[in-house]
Design a protein around this ligand. Structure first.
Ligand code: FES
Length: 145
């Protein structure tokens, strides 16, 4: 869309987000928020035999937060839990054709929502999620974001 700093893919996932909703019998649920912008993201995953068979989300947030949560739910489906843990916010942004630097933190929220849901799944299955539980951290602008 001319004049906007967003790729067509970002706009597409914002206008037509995939996997919006809840999974009633989710294997893991993660909720994260960014205290600066106030956006909140909730992610649900359904795991069978260590494979993510379904993922849904609810995001109360900006367009980039909606696009990145839509994309991350698409990316995790069919992946093993271990593979899903390797999905970075950068990979999500790249899959969307890039994000303006000022919006990269929105993709961080998507990565953290996923990790939080995975951590919940680990807890529910009696494993230690501390290695990848999202860290409580303030709004940051790292170089790698
Ligand atoms: S502005 Fe808050 S996640 Fe995008």
């Amino acid at each position: 869309m001319a004049g906007l700093p967003y790729s067509e893919k970002v706009m597409d996932h914002f206008m037509h987000p995939r996997n919006v909703g809840e999974i009633p019998d989710a294997s893991g649920i993660g909720t994260v928020g960014n205290p600066v912008c106030g956006d909140i993201m909730k992610m649900f995953i359904k795991v069978e035999n260590e494979v993510i068979v379904d993922a849904k989300f609810k995001t109360f947030g900006c367009g980039a937060a909606i696009s990145t949560s839509s994309m991350v739910t698409e990316m995790v489906k069919g992946k093993t839990v271990e593979e899903a843990l390797k999905i970075s916010n950068k990979a999500v942004a790249e899959a969307l054709g890039g994000l303006p630097p000022i919006k990269m933190h929105c993709s961080v929220l998507a990565e953290e929502a996923l990790r939080s849901a995975l951590a919940d799944y680990y807890k529910k299955t009696g494993r230690d999620p501390s290695a990848f539980e999202p860290k409580e951290k303030p709004h940051e602008h790292h170089e790698e974001h």
